[in-house]
Design a protein around this ligand. Structure first.
Ligand code: NAD
Ligand code: UDP
Length: 337
């Protein structure tokens, strides 16, 4: 298939572009590079021996989108482009609603005009909300979100669902990611956060490589086995393969929702211990106050993706640690080295 990947230069996007190319698909990427480097796509081309057509443009730029759809016979769109920092979304809600919600609307309008009606969207486990029981199942209703980032994902899910109800030609696949971590086993592409990382895995990796002194563990007094929060960490390569598998769901009209997770929770302390065990590097840490908005524990019921898409996560926590460390050691300052 010919696939347009928005946000394809970013962390999950670049890994997905690689898996699409190795599965025989042709890929066009649109990304404004506000949180990515074009170097990621160069490396994907080196790793696969295949070319990627790249457009540097904003997802809200309708003329740029029209040009892409006129220049290529696109069969389906995988839509990663968006802003993703929870804390920043509280401070700058308009940016998040403009890029995430506004951008998705402009993209869907351009698709409709071009007659492209297959769309896979990067949603998040955050849409289950604060009060959902674990494990999260796709049959549960969306819950109360606690920040504009999460709300933007819930709003986009609703907008895309409404489009597929209004026009039965549309097929919308909502992929709800749990906690993506890790890097491609080549050590050539990986997560390259700007500034101080918000997320646990890149923070651990930067402490290990000497860029940060000490990890702060946000709370050890939760009602969990060791008192630290539990999350469902999923290897980014498994996640990327989930998108290739999800293309088959675009053959069916309507909206299809899938959790992409492993089905297992791992605590913050277990993550630190696993990293130390796999790499032999000690991670100094301190216990800090709880982070506002963190839930104690959640993980996926990932059985629907298994049954309907034949997808399940194959890589474990130790693979995630090994591959993160290889990427971080090869690229201590990310793509800017
Ligand atoms: P990322 O920041 O690495 O990738 C997003 C990409 O979108 C970047 O390349 C960025 O340059 C691009 N982009 C941002 N605004 C744009 C705009 N206005 N126009 C064009 N391109 C734009 O993030 P990621 O971790 O790869 O996340 C990809 C998607 O998955 C996002 O939609 C994110 O919300 C979603 N998601 C991520 C996680 C996670 O933990 N990483 C979890 C759940 C959902
Ligand atoms: N966390 C932490 N220290 C950090 C970053 C994260 O203790 O520097 C914890 C955070 O409180 C949460 C877990 O690690 O319990 C995963 O956080 P992350 O931001 O990676 O993902 P989230 O689940 O919040 O999207």
């Amino acid at each position: 298939m010919n696939i347009l990947v928005t946000g394809g230069a970013g962390y999950i996007g670049s890994h997905t572009v690689l898996e699409l190319l190795t599965s025989g698909h042709n890929v066009v990427v649109l990304d404004n590079l506000c949180n990515a480097s074009a170097e990621s796509l160069k490396r994907v081309e080196q790793l696969t021996g295949k070319a990627v057509t790249f457009y540097k443009a904003d997802i809200r730029d309708r003329a740029a989108l029209d040009k892409v759809f006129k220049s290529h016979r696109i069969d389906a769109v995988i839509h990663f482009a968006g802003l993703k920092a929870v804390g920043e979304s509280v401070a700058k809600p308009l940016d998040y609603y403009s890029v995430n919600v506004g951008g998705s609307v402009v993209l869907a309008q351009a698709m409709a005009q071009a007659g492209v009606t297959k769309l896979i969207f990067s949603s998040s486990a955050t849409v289950y909300g604060e009060d959902a029981p674990v494990p999260y199942k796709e049959t549960m209703p969306r819950g109360k979100t606690s920040n504009p980032y999460g709300t933007s994902k819930a709003m986009i899910e609703q907008i895309l669902t409404d489009i597929s109800i209004a026009d039965p030609q549309w097929s919308v696949v909502l992929l709800r990611y749990f906690n993506p971590v890790g890097a491609h086993p080549s050590g050539q592409i990986g997560e390259d956060p700007q500034g101080i990382p918000n997320n646990l895995m890149p923070f651990i990796a930067q402490v290990a490589v000497g860029r940060r002194e000490c990890l702060s563990i946000f709370g050890d007094d939760y009602d969990t086995e060791d008192g630290t929060c539990e999350r469902d960490y999923v290897h980014v390569v498994d996640l990327a393969k989930g998108h290739v598998s999800a293309l088959q769901a675009t053959e069916r009209s309507g909206t299809h929702i899938y959790n992409l997770g492993t089905g297992t929770g791992t605590s913050v302390k277990q993550m630190v211990e696993a990293f130390e065990r796999v790499t032999g590097v000690t991670i100094p840490y301190q216990i800090a106050p709880r982070r506002a908005g963190d839930l104690p524990a959640f993980w996926a019921d990932a059985s629907k993706a298994g049954k309907e898409l034949g997808w399940c996560a194959e890589l474990g926590i130790e693979d995630m640690m090994r591959d993160t460390w290889r990427w971080q050691q090869n690229n201590p300052t990310g793509y800017s080295r």
